[in-house]
Design a protein around this ligand. Structure first.
Ligand SMILES: [Ca+2]
Ligand SMILES: [Ca+2]
Ligand SMILES: [Ca+2]
Length: 181
């Protein structure tokens, strides 16, 4: 059972991950997203680093597919995604995996100068690729930089991620993790 607010947030995530925008999640969505991220990060094709990156990313797809379709099946609809995500999050290990991976990935992706935190300019540069307007991106950064010091740290990123997946408070800052919801 998921509240309307959490369903809206998870729906936002579904559409971001539906890379080819055909309304279902499938293996190729994850493969293409993983390759897109690899090119943002400058990971060379065919390298050992690329293997590690792809394996880690595709494990997320396998986990989702197995929870959504324990008896086989390769397409995940929005309803199945909402149900499977709730089920994964209800398990403490699944919860820890999702929140920590998500927080770590967002820092890796956006921390262009490698200082371990996300500056406003780094954030705006990356999220504009996700169909956010400039105003939406500015508002999202303002919310996610919890103490207003101009950077999203690892700790803030973890708190935001936990709120995104678990909070039913419409004013929780972490609701903005993937933009307007
Ligand atoms: Ca798709
Ligand atoms: Ca940085
Ligand atoms: Ca901050």
């Amino acid at each position: 059972m998921v509240s309307d607010l959490r369903r809206r947030k998870i729906t936002r995530l579904f559409h971001l991950w539906d890379y080819n925008h055909d309304g279902v999640l499938e293996r190729t969505d994850y493969e293409q997203a993983a390759q897109g991220i690899a090119s943002v990060l400058g990971i060379p094709a065919g390298s050992a680093e690329m293997d590690t990156h792809m394996t880690a990313y595709m494990a997320g797809w396998e986990q989702l597919r197995q929870v959504a379709h324990p008896n086989g099946g390769d397409l995940v609809t929005l309803d199945e995604f909402v149900a499977a995500t709730s089920q994964i999050l209800a398990d403490p290990v699944g919860f820890e995996t999702i929140t920590m991976n998500s927080a770590r990935n967002s820092i890796r992706l956006m921390d262009l100068d490698g200082d371990g935190r996300i500056a406003r300019t780094e954030y705006l540069g990356v999220v504009m690729a996700y169909n956010m307007t400039n105003d939406e991106a500015e508002e999202a950064f303002r919310q996610l930089d919890r103490n207003g010091d101009g950077f999203i740290t690892q700790e803030e990123s973890v708190e935001n991620t936990v709120e995104f997946f678990m909070s039913d408070d419409p004013h929780a800052r972490g609701n903005w993790l993937f933009g307007p919801f």
